[in-house]
Design a protein around this ligand. Structure first.
Ligand code: ADP
Ligand code: MG
Length: 377
């Protein structure tokens, strides 16, 4: 990366930083309902070599990008002005300045092994990598959570993508070997040990390689549906509905909102159950919670797709302890928890099922709980 940086920008970088992608173990579509999530950071990360520029220019190049250097004026950054991938990193610089940080330009060279657009949050990784660079090079007092909030601002307001806070919190705050139990209302967090390998378990990511176009509009509609249900129930957010009050709430709500509410309330419950099990060391017992979460996303929230459903059913039939779609849905990735010795049979079975159904082979790989954003060199 140092050589490439020098070739492109004509000088050596000051250092190299990294920020990971993530998978969420459980707690899907809960983060915009003030609820609970339990992501891990992936070993796959966006790496960025960087140095400060004093002329107010922000120059960006990605090894996975468009093979041009994007050259921007920091002072002229504005929402909507950058419509390429460069909007994610540039948005972080904009968000820092919006918050009153006196930051200027930089040369940034990105190289990533986070599959892009696979529901593994490559966009949050890009943003969090830039936040880490700026924190260190401009000597800013920023906690990991503050960096995550800036990164979310970049995605929401600069790049114009509505998303909750989970992805950026995972990329910024995760700790190696642990899952991040996060309350998205007040951002209180607890690191929950997740030592899979020592327990004889494997976590597979199954990237279905599909993205169904209904995604973006559907996300906004689901979000609006959840907010309307909370308002009708007189609650600040669906997180505030106790599980015991669920049947009455469903009876009271318009028919189309009941299943949304049931998903959110039961999903928050599953996060709590999962944390309890992990903290008791009952790692394999996480499996059925994953599969129950998938059924809820498929049947109540209706954000799954045939490819993800097939990945889950084929994985479980081949010996996975549990499996679920992860991320927003309509494609993207599935996770499967397997005994170590079943990982390869599960991978083979899922691939065979995809080919038999006429789908392209999925991209399957094992992951562990990795570290959040950090300086590498
Ligand atoms: P996800 O975050 O799940 O991977 P998104 O659609 O939110 O999916 O983000 C993918 C987008 O992020 C890509 O279309 C691209 O604009 C940008 N991106 C991700 N990784 C890179 C990279 N290594 N280089 C350049 N752009 C990237
Ligand atoms: Mg994203």
């Amino acid at each position: 990366m140092r050589d490439e940086f020098e070739r492109i920008f004509g000088a050596a970088p000051t250092g190299v930083w990294a920020a990971p992608g993530r998978v969420n173990l459980i707690g899907e579509h809960t983060d915009y309902n003030d609820g609970f999530v339990l992501p891990i950071a992936l070993p796959q990360a966006v790496k960025v070599a960087a140095r400060v520029r004093t002329d107010g220019r922000l120059r960006l190049y990605s090894a996975q990008g468009d093979d041009v250097v994007t050259d921007l004026s920091v002072a002229e950054l504005a929402p909507g002005a950058v419509t390429t991938w460069a909007g994610y990193p540039a948005g972080v610089v904009w968000a820092l300045r919006e918050q009153g940080h006196q930051v200027g330009g930089a040369d940034l060279y990105f190289d990533s092994d986070v599959p892009s657009g696979a529901g593994l949050s490559s966009s949050a990784a890009l943003e969090c990598a830039v936040a880490a660079v700026y924190r260190d090079l401009y000597e800013l007092e920023l906690t990991a959570a503050e960096s995550a909030l800036l990164a979310q601002q970049a995605e929401n307001r600069f790049a114009g993508v509505p998303c909750g806070v989970m992805d950026q919190m995972a990329s910024a705050c995760c700790v190696e070997g642990s899952a991040l139990f996060l309350d998205t209302r007040d951002l209180t967090q607890r690191q929950v040990p997740f030592p899979l390998d020592a327990q004889g378990l494997t976590l597979l990511v199954i990237d279905t390689r599909v993205k169904h176009d209904l995604g973006d509009g559907a996300y906004a509609a689901l979000r609006a549906g959840c907010e309307r249900a909370a308002a009708l129930l007189g609650l600040p957010a669906l997180r505030d509905l106790p599980a015991a009050a669920l049947p009455d709430a469903i009876a009271e709500l318009p028919a189309e909102l009941g299943p949304l509410v049931r998903h959110v309330v039961t999903e928050n419950g599953r996060v709590g159950q999962a944390v309890e099990l992990l903290e008791r060391g009952e790692y394999a017992a996480l499996g059925p919670i994953l599969t129950a979460g998938h059924a809820s996303l498929r049947d109540d929230f209706k954000v799954s797709c045939p490819e993800a459903d097939l990945a889950v059913s084929a994985a479980v039939a081949a010996g996975a302890l549990g499996a679920r779609m992860t991320g927003g849905g309509f494609g993207g990735s599935v996770i499967a928890l397997t005994p170590k010795e079943s990982a390869w049979p599960v991978e083979q079975a899922v691939t065979a099922a995809f080919l038999a159904a006429g789908y392209a082979a999925p991209n399957v790989f094992a992951v562990t709980a990795a570290a959040g954003a950090r300086r590498l060199a």
